[in-house]
Design a protein around this ligand. Sequence first.
Ligand code: S3P
Length: 184
Amino acid sequence: MTVQNYIDRAAHRNLFLIGFMGTGKSTIAAELSKLLFRDVLEMDETIEKREGMSIPGIFSTYGEPYFRELETSLLKEIGESGNYIISCGGGVAMRKENVEEMRKSGRIILLTAKPETILLRVLDDESRPLLKGHKNTNDIAALIHSRRPAYEAAADYVVATDDKSVEEITEEILNILEKEGISK
Ligand code: S3P
């Protein structure tokens, strides 16, 4: 390993999981946390605890722009610490400012899934205001389509999750980290 590799490795300590709602960010973050002995930081959960309110509550009381500001300031805080596995909210990669923050402190892995897969995963969940009244493959596909360029531009790596078990997805990510020399 070169000196530059060591410097890069030290500077990229966090691991950010980004991607559309229902791509498995929380589940995979929890699994990686066990395997890599690193703490998980769930952005949505952290924001809910701090605000003392659910995500739908924050959206309906203060509006989406307020929530997006909370996401950005949390990312700035995370950047000052390190060694976390961060499960990002699905909209985090939409702001350039957020992507810059993530880049400064870690690597970014994009999880993807087809609209059909996402629909099955989110069907019984009422915690996502943006999917209220849009739980059908057409609307999900349209939102994914509009977000895809930002997701792809942010990602260091892309992992498709359709038809794969949690173990298979985790294994794929571990292989990526291993190749990069940042798994330890
Ligand atoms: C959102 C995704 C949600 C949550 C909020 C907005 C989005 O997180 O942050 O409802 O804009 O895609 P998950 O991706 O964890 O569901």
